[in-house]
Design a protein around this ligand. Sequence first.
Ligand SMILES: Cc1cc2nc3c(=O)[nH]c(=O)nc-3n(C[C@H](O)[C@H](O)[C@H](O)COP(=O)(O)OP(=O)(O)OC[C@H]3O[C@@H](n4cnc5c(N)ncnc54)[C@H](O)[C@@H]3O)c2cc1C
Ligand code: SF4
Length: 506
Amino acid sequence: MRGDVVEPTDTASPDYYHRVVDCQWACPAHTNVPGYIRLIAQGRDTEAYLLNRESNVFPGILGRTCDRPCEPACRRTRVDGEPVAICRLKRVAADLADDVRASLAPLPLSTNGKRVALIGAGPASLTVANDLAPLGYELTLFERYDRAGGLMRTNIPSFRLPEEVLDDETDVILERGVDARFDTPVTSLRALRETGYDAVFVGVGAPRGKELELPGRHDAPDNVHVGIDWLESVAFGHVDTIGERVLIIGVGNTAMDCCRTARRLGGRDIKVMARRPRDYFKASPWELEDAEEEGVEIVVNHAPTRFVVEGGRLTAMEFEVLEWDEGARHSRVLETLTVPCDDVILAIGQENAFPWIERDLGLEFDEWGMPVVDTTTFGSTLPDVFFGGDAAWGPKNIIWAVAHGHQAAISIDLFLRGLPLADRPTPGSTLVSQKMGSAASTATCRPTSPRACASSATPASTSAPCSVSPSRPTAPRPNSARGCARRPSTPTRRSSSRRPCPRPVG
Ligand SMILES: Cc1cc2nc3c(=O)[nH]c(=O)nc-3n(C[C@H](O)[C@H](O)[C@H](O)COP(=O)(O)OP(=O)(O)OC[C@H]3O[C@@H](n4cnc5c(N)ncnc54)[C@H](O)[C@@H]3O)c2cc1C
Ligand code: SF4
């Protein structure tokens, strides 16, 4: 609106068409939801998978774990009272699809001579690798642990995300010429840049769990756990038991994973303690539902005040019982009570930490210790260093990390071709979709740089468009490695022999 004049609709802008498909616009990666659901309805599961993968990269993982910002936008809610099961349909396509390796954007026959370092092997860095590999970049991935996946591996429990699904979708990317250096934490950005990389992507996530500094916090260290560290220890097989009475402090999705994991490790009486009323919980409704179905009790309006430790042993936790006004802005204390427990798990959030980035490099940090990152280009104040995922603006979720990864990859490609970072492609297109076109239809790809396009054997120097018909995989994959929807997923625990043994870089 300009004054009282409504500006004409600009149908020339691709944004117009994206915005009218509410669910597609609501998905941070702009997944073509109607398109892939139509393909599933036609029994074309592999094509549905490929169409998904163009934008969200991990359909099998996200079909099980996505926070689903698309579903509240679904228009069927206005008719049926609830949305189409967009997320779960993604899982169906993933479980029934054939192996897609042969259908991915082809890799060039030679590299383009530019070296890119990716720090961290979570969904953000993996997306950057996925998008840059077909353009011929030499990609080196540094990961402090022994395998790829980031929090998807170390924190999302395997009863929600089976290891084989994670392995399958991360391997597909790593197999595309990525030099993955596991057990190799980066300890100095200066030293890494001095080794001659042309660009660096920082996808290290938000690795620190928030503390709750109340009286008694450090008096029984064996029984008070920081949620994300505790889940990581469970994933690595270092922890396999917990006391019978467990309190989880916090009520976000980490709390839900903690309580359901505690249930599987022997917890009998598990309470999730929330400060505020249920309408203000951060956890997704389906996570709460799953936890309650497993017998976890959700206790509202309880604010923790003290850990009760007797004779060096944690015996209880003290809470103030609160009454909130409308809008839950102000509360008053009704009473104080103690809740007996054997273990407490703190699940009140995550923080970023960049101890390995020297503060005299010219990379600016804000007053909260976060890097200054451009919201469009994902560039930092150093022209060759880009951020994405939880490392950019704090903890979000997988699909946001993927969306960031696509944008950062576009910026890295522009930067390394000496083009302005502001020259963005239309929303929803990625470097891979520009190269591949739609996975579900014959499409045109235009090599965006003077590089070889292996699909058409176009000479490296030409910029002429080439036509790519994505090949249809024909050999069905027996018992898909992605884990079948009908197969019960059993918790898989990693043996302690896989304990990370990091070799620092820098
Ligand atoms: C308990 C829990 C449950 C969650 N459940 C969901 C869910 O169901 N759905 C959802 O969408 N999101 C979920 N999330 C959030 C989601 O996992 C993250 O938002 C997402 O993984 C962020 O991706 P990322 O690539 O930015 O970072 P991460 O996944 O955190 O990956 C960062 C990687 O960098 C590595 N690294 C860190 N520092 C260095 C270094 N100096 N050198 C080398 N490597 C380094 C780390 O080891 C890690 O592998 C959950 C988070 C938690 C904590
Ligand atoms: S990736 Fe997540 S937000 Fe995007 S369409 Fe799929 S379920 Fe929805």
